[in-house]
Write a protein that binds this ligand. Structure first.
Ligand SMILES: Cc1ncc(C[n+]2csc(CCOP(=O)(O)OP(=O)(O)O)c2C)c(N)n1
Ligand SMILES: [Mg+2]
Length: 524
């Protein structure tokens, strides 16, 4: 392959600290899904080491840059980085247990299971949309909290995905909204290797992805050689320099790079490399250790040094925040409430809250007025509907509309994009500091189901408001009559379903939704 010669030039740079080489050999040779990690290692290395603000010693630091691996099948890329940076002491033993039951290194990254994982990913496309939610959370919190000289909320959201994530419709929904909203702190890495499971992407995916992103309103950049660290660095800097648009960086990579028999082929996607190929890979990348799962001390030292510098960035932020606390004590108190939760006992302990309705009222209307009562006491409540707010009764009075010109608003307008909406809801909840809800007609809950499944898996306290729950919705006809949806949601593990029939039950549903720490659905 002529193109491959181009990569030869940078072989030395890449092999030296390639976070993925550690994950291969003997038992390594049985490890699956090495294609993406090998192809995307240079961009991940460059980003995590030289550009991203994160602190392995404090993975929950509120102002850390977020990184989502949307192509969750490349989980070993993330595990290698977490190991090398010393996150949660993810050990070499843990890497050896890759994809084993109960290990800290499951096949796909799991939020809340392995320290440093920002979102559970694997269902392709969803990570892209969750990242948009995180970027929206950042933009909103920055608008609420930042003061002159105090950019206490000021971080980027990075997301990395491949051809599959770009093919999935949900990513287009989410990026269309991200472009409209001008989320310039969102930086998307497209691992473009022209390969997915069935072979060349040409068999099913031929449009110009870059043009699509231009149409969404993104800045688009291209890294011609995904092994060239300087080119990657320049693209990241250019992405940060654009302060009005999100950026998509198309990075041309070779799947399974470095393994002569497999690189550039679909077989590199998921098949284990096998012993011979692992040996050839190590030779090709000039990896100094023949033994399995061995990392030279020099490499650990290099990552320790990077981690040390990153801890210093958080130290500076902590100093800034303490000054902010002194200068703006009310804001600091508000910050604490955003992150630790508001006390709503004033509302929930009042008899009025639980009163029976004097006259019959549609539960969606009751829900709308309760939502507004809650909002009065819980300013970090944020959410909206997929273009059905007037019907779902989700508009919050005097709360402002979240837009490019007003990130302080808390009424979100998702457009007719239920899939992206639900994933964005997950992203808002994952970010921290906010209490999120999303809404649509119950019949269209089908469009939110895979994302609701991830909410439940991640234990996220996201509230779904599904209205018009009746087979008698009438004039709209059978396309709008939910029938099997209730059974489907009730069968979803770790997802609480409330189906209130009157005012008091609607009040109880909202009480549970805002006081509980896990995912729930709320039908009106
Ligand atoms: C929604 C969804 N559909 C299908 C799959 C199964 N799957 C996993 S990876 C993959 C191909 C992904 O191709 P690409 O993103 O180009 O990754 P690469 O092969 O380049 O690593 C598929 C179809 C999935 N994980 N999620
Ligand atoms: Mg691919």
């Amino acid at each position: 392959m002529e193109e491959m010669n181009h990569y030869e030039e940078h072989r030395g740079t890449v092999s030296k600290y390639n976070p993925c080489v550690i994950s291969r050999s003997d038992s390594e040779s049985k490890i699956r899904t090495s294609g993406l990690p090998l192809g995307a290692a240079p961009m991940a290395y460059e980003l995590w080491t030289n550009h991203m603000n994160h602190n392995p010693a404090d993975p929950e630091w509120a102002n850390r840059d977020r990184f989502v691996l949307s192509g969750g099948h490349g989980s070993m890329l993330l595990y290698s980085l977490l190991h090398l940076f010393g996150y949660g002491n993810l050990s070499m033993e843990d890497l050896k247990n890759f994809r084993q039951l109960g290990s800290l290194t499951p096949g796909h990254p799991e939020y809340g299971h392995t320290v440093g994982i920002e979102a559970t990913t694997g269902p392709l496309g969803q990570g892209m949309a969750m990242a948009v939610g995180m970027a929206m959370a950042e933009a909103h919190l920055a608008a609420v909290f930042n003061k002159d000289g105090y950019d206490i909320v000021d971080h980027y959201t990075y997301v990395l995905g491949g051809d599959g994530c770009m093919m999935e419709g949900i990513s287009s929904e989410a990026f269309s909204l991200a472009g409209t909203l001008g989320l310039h702190k969102l930086i998307v890495f497209y691992d473009s290797n022209n390969i997915s499971i069935e072979g060349s992407t040409d068999i099913a995916f031929t449009e110009d992805v870059t043009k699509r992103f231009e149409a969404f309103g993104f800045q688009t950049l291209e890294v011609k050689d995904g092994n060239n660290l300087a080119e990657i660095a320049a693209a990241i800097e250019a992405a940060k320099a654009d302060t009005t648009r999100p950026t998509m960086i198309k990075v041309n990579t070779v799947i399974g790079y470095g393994c002569p028999a497999k690189q550039g082929k679909a077989s590199a996607h998921g098949e284990p490399l096998g012993e011979e190929n692992v040996a050839a890979l190590k030779e090709y990348l000039e990896w100094p250790c023949k033994e399995a799962f061995t990392v030279p001390q020099e490499v650990y030292d290099h990552f320790n040094e990077a981690a040390r510098k990153k801890a210093a960035v958080e130290d500076e932020w902590n100093v800034l925040f303490e000054k902010y606390r002194k200068e703006y004590p009310d804001m600091a108190e508000k910050w604490d409430a955003y992150y630790n939760g508001y006390d709503l006992s004033k509302l929930f302990d009042s008899e009025d809250y639980w009163k029976k309705a004097e006259k019959p009222e549609a539960t969606r209307s009751t829900s709308g007025s309760i939502l507004n009562e809650i909002k009065q006491l819980m300013p970090n409540l944020i959410g909206g509907s997929a273009d059905l707010a007037p019907s779902n009764k989700t508009n919050m009075k005097d709360a402002g509309d979240f837009s490019k010109d007003n990130y302080a608003g808390t009424n979100l307008h998702f457009g007719v994009r239920e899939q992206a909406m639900a994933a964005i809801g997950n992203g808002l909840a994952l970010h921290g500091g906010l209490k999120a809800f999303v809404a649509t007609f119950f019949v269209f809950s089908d469009y939110t189901k895979p994302m609701a499944r991830l909410s439940a898996l991640m234990n996220l306290p996201l509230t779904f408001i599904f209205t018009h729950d009746s087979i008698g919705v009438g004039e709209d006809g059978p396309t709008h009559e939910p029938v099997e949806q209730l059974a489907a949601f009730r069968s979803l593990p770790n997802f609480c379903v409330y189906r209130p029939c009157d005012r008091t039950e609607t009040a109880a549903a909202w009480y549970r939704a805002v006081t509980s720490k896990t995912s729930r659905q709320h039908l009106c």
